[in-house]
Design a protein around this ligand. Structure first.
Ligand SMILES: C[S@@+](CC[C@H](N)C(=O)[O-])C[C@H]1O[C@@H](n2cnc3c(N)ncnc32)[C@H](O)[C@@H]1O
Length: 290
């Protein structure tokens, strides 16, 4: 059997898979063509273009509600001031949503430099650059002190990461005691290997999906207490979803031809139970907590 690829080679190949040259221009041109005023953008204008995961912005809001975030209604409202780390945060849609709706301060780390550059541009244009910071970095080597965040957040990035034990141990390390881990992740379904291309991988060497019981056990095993574990069915939503608009992130990154192949494989994967998605919330226990 072949040796698994070393982590830094996976990271390099993953960043190459996602990366796009001239992405800032591509994104701004698409927003302008969609009728957005580039000098007066707000967070809502970006929703089709910056939420790069199944379910779009409603999935981000759903996960935030599962994690107990309350919409901000004043400076002392719950959620205001939470320090969040968004791992694999892409173009920054989830991070800006957490900042705008729930008053969080968000640090975003992502492997793909062109996404970080585009994310910074979008964050500055909507006026959130004091509350949302974007960094290039690897999720399995988090450059942060122990206990430094109230929340670790991640949507659709772990499926590119082979070393899940290191990933979740890192999440645990950087969370303060009592802090929350909230994630949306694609999972392996019971029916066997997925059909390709997937959104995150055009071949098996880039995709690392675990079955739900295995991932659940791993996260508990590194010291988290489970609060929520909900499998989300995307099949019904996809069957009735309108075609993504021209400024949708999936179209900008993948192109229409490749996206059609991804969508066809995705429908088969869902219908045949080869892929699932989880929304999960865990807590890092505080010392002495019952
Ligand atoms: C489908 S996008 C999701 C982006 C964002 N979380 C969202 O939901 O809009 C997957 C992201 O995971 C990032 N990623 C994959 N492997 C990573 C790693 N080892 N460390 C940091 N980011 C990673 C990719 O660069 C990409 O931006």
């Amino acid at each position: 059997m072949d040796e698994p690829a070393p982590a830094d080679r996976i990271a390099e190949t993953t960043a190459r898979y996602w990366g796009r040259t001239d992405l800032v221009r591509i994104v701004l041109d698409a927003l302008q063509a969609a009728g957005k005023d580039l000098d007066r953008l707000d967070v809502d204008d970006l929703a089709a273009t910056d939420q790069f995961h199944g379910g779009g912005r409603p999935a981000t809001v759903r996960l935030a509600e599962l994690a107990g975030f309350a919409s901000r209604s004043g400076p002392d409202a719950p959620g205001t001031g939470l320090q969040v780390l968004d791992v694999g945060g892409g173009l920054g849609g989830p991070a800006r949503t957490l900042a705008a709706r729930y008053g969080c301060t968000v640090t975003v780390i992502d492997l793909t430099a062109s996404y970080v550059e585009a994310a910074q541009e979008l964050t500055a244009r909507v006026g959130y650059d004091e509350r949302v910071t974007h960094l290039v970095g690897d999720a399995v080597d988090l450059p942060f002190e122990d206990d430094s965040f109230d929340v670790v957040w991640t949507q659709n990035s772990g499926m590119n990461i082979a070393d899940k034990a290191t990933l979740y141990r890192g999440f645990h390390r950087v969370l303060r005691p009592g802090g929350i881990l909230a994630f949306q992740e694609p999972l392996a379904g019971p029916a066997g290997d997925p059909h390709y291309p997937l959104m995150w991988a055009d071949r098996p060497e880039l995709s690392f999906l675990w079955r739900d019981h295995a991932l659940r056990a791993l996260v508990a095993g590194v010291g988290f207490e489970e609060q929520v574990w909900e499998l989300v069915s995307e099949a019904a939503a996809i069957a009735t979803a309108p075609a993504p608009p021209p400024h949708a992130v999936q179209r900008l990154i993948m192109g229409d031809e490749r996206l059609a192949a991804i969508a066809a494989a995705n429908r088969r994967n869902l219908a045949e139970d080869r892929i699932a998605t989880v929304h999960a919330v865990f807590r890092k226990p505080a010392p002495g907590a019952a």
